[in-house]
Design a protein around this ligand. Sequence first.
Ligand code: NAD
Length: 297
Amino acid sequence: MAVIGFIGVGNMGGPMARNLLKAGHQVKAFDLSAELVQKVVDAGGTKAGSAQEAATDVDAVITMLPAGKHVASVYTGDKGILATARPGTLFIDSSTIDVKTAREVIAAAEARGMLMVDAPVSGGVAGAENATLTFMVGGTEAAFAKAKPLLEAMGKKIVHAGGAGNGQVAKICNNMVLGISMIAVSEAFVMAEKLGLSAQAMFDIVSSSSGSCWALVNHCPVPGPVPTSAANRDYKPGFAADLMLKDLKLSQEAARTAKVNTPLGAEATALFAEYVEAGNGPTDYSGIVRMIREMAG
Ligand code: NAD
């Protein structure tokens, strides 16, 4: 069993750290919020007074932070953890961040003789709580092999996506598809409504036809056809529109860097930005159907 430093124990990191404890690992937690660290201590972990302390004398460090700037600062900034960690420590960053920062931080870790992977997740807070997350992992074979058993305590599907940063590439490509498909599905429901086709009939037919997709069958944006979808609880998330917009913006940043034209990705980003600016950021992303209905007139 491993001794693990866990930095960033918020909505996702908190339950992930608790699942490591359940699997028998030791966890030393650090977060800017002492209250969140205490929850991990209550579950059997110990408290670290700083990020560097969480990364000292441990076998592995897992970070689950909001964005690239937080990850860069925790790893390579003033009092960054790479400077003081024991050589050979394994680092796993599970935050969703930009590809460029992920690759830079992994290069900095490798330059110091450490192993590091980017391992963003899908599955949301429920997946973090139930240890059913999917991890998309970028890094060397050696780093992946060392990270896999730890990731298995927090998730059920662990995929090696290739070299450094490729986990982030997989994550933003996936979420760009999800954002675009939710808008496509929403437009179809609104058009069906206007033309007199019931939501249930539209769902029954499209979900077993060539227009079916994951967004429709799992996150159906109108109430009724999929009882577990956020539409049935007034769009309480679920997957917040704020996070969808964050991932779409990351996809567009990556598209610009790679000089790839993604017109539908760009349009989905603009529509989610409009939806979030109207004050809907904390609601489920599928609620964008309401804006599309308004736009339809
Ligand atoms: P969160 O805001 O609940 O947690 C982030 C934590 O990091 C906070 O507790 C914050 O205090 C802490 N933090 C920030 N800077 C720090 C620092 N310098 N040192 C120590 N702690 C610091 O966010 P979350 O929902 O847990 O998401 C974390 C990451 O996972 C994000 O990148 C997000 O995009 C990604 N993600 C979230 C979901 C989801 O459904 N919430 C799903 C998939 C991926």
